[in-house]
Design a protein around this ligand. Structure first.
Ligand SMILES: [Zn+2]
Length: 205
């Protein structure tokens, strides 16, 4: 008899079924298609949404959940547009979205443990491969590992943009104490100025 060997997913570090790996590869392929050559702003989420409609790069173009919130915050309209047009607009602005866990959290997993276990690999990927000018943490769940994220060398500045939920307030205050820019200022600048002007501004800072 042979004993079953548990597969571990490259994208999230969780025990993975063949179906889990297949879904991960599909999302990776969709996202890679719209990865800018030079990433200006890397949006960093905690984990990939369970529902494909919420995944920004899904080709269906329904843009619900996380995808809808992010696009709305950036002032990128989706009404009447093909999914490809929205993806291309996001890409042209130098934006890229990734998650610490590139898969949804499995039902029995601890989010904090799963995030902590992935941080070193994600920091290396950001520093060596994605190389953005800045990272914007975009989900409240990242507050669980905020201190770890702030302690990491990402090779660029890190901002925090979440909603106004009270559980985010403490995280924002901690960011402010460490000299991080207010999320609203950073976001306004993203909207008001294109990639190049924002890039120049930041180089002067
Ligand atoms: Zn996975």
């Amino acid at each position: 008899m042979t004993s079953a060997i548990a597969l571990v997913c490259d994208g999230c570090g969780q025990a993975a079924s063949a179906e889990h790996v297949a879904r991960r590869l599909k999302r990776l392929e969709w996202a890679t298609r719209y990865r800018p050559v030079h990433i200006h702003t890397l949006f960093l989420g905690a984990f990939s949404p369970r529902d494909e409609k919420d995944f920004l790069y899904a080709p269906g173009g329904e843009f619900q959940g996380e995808a809808a919130l992010l696009l709305a915050a950036l002032g990128i309209a989706t009404a009447g547009k093909m999914a490809e047009a929205v993806h291309a607009e996001f890409q042209r602005a130098g934006f890229f979205l990734t998650h610490i866990l590139e898969c949804p959290l499995e039902d029995d997993g601890s989010l904090q443990t799963a995030l902590k276990n992935r941080l070193a690999a994600v920091a290396t990927r950001i520093r060596r491969s994605l190389k953005p000018k800045r990272v914007m943490a975009v989900t409240a769940e990242l507050a669980l590992v905020l201190d770890d994220i702030l302690a990491m060398d990402l090779g660029c500045r890190c901002f925090w943009i979440t909603g106004s939920r009270s559980d985010c307030r403490a995280a924002r205050e901690r960011m402010a104490l460490r000299g991080c820019e207010r999320h609203s200022q950073a976001l306004r600048r993203t909207k008001a100025h294109g990639q190049t002007r924002t890039g120049r501004r930041e180089q002067r800072e």
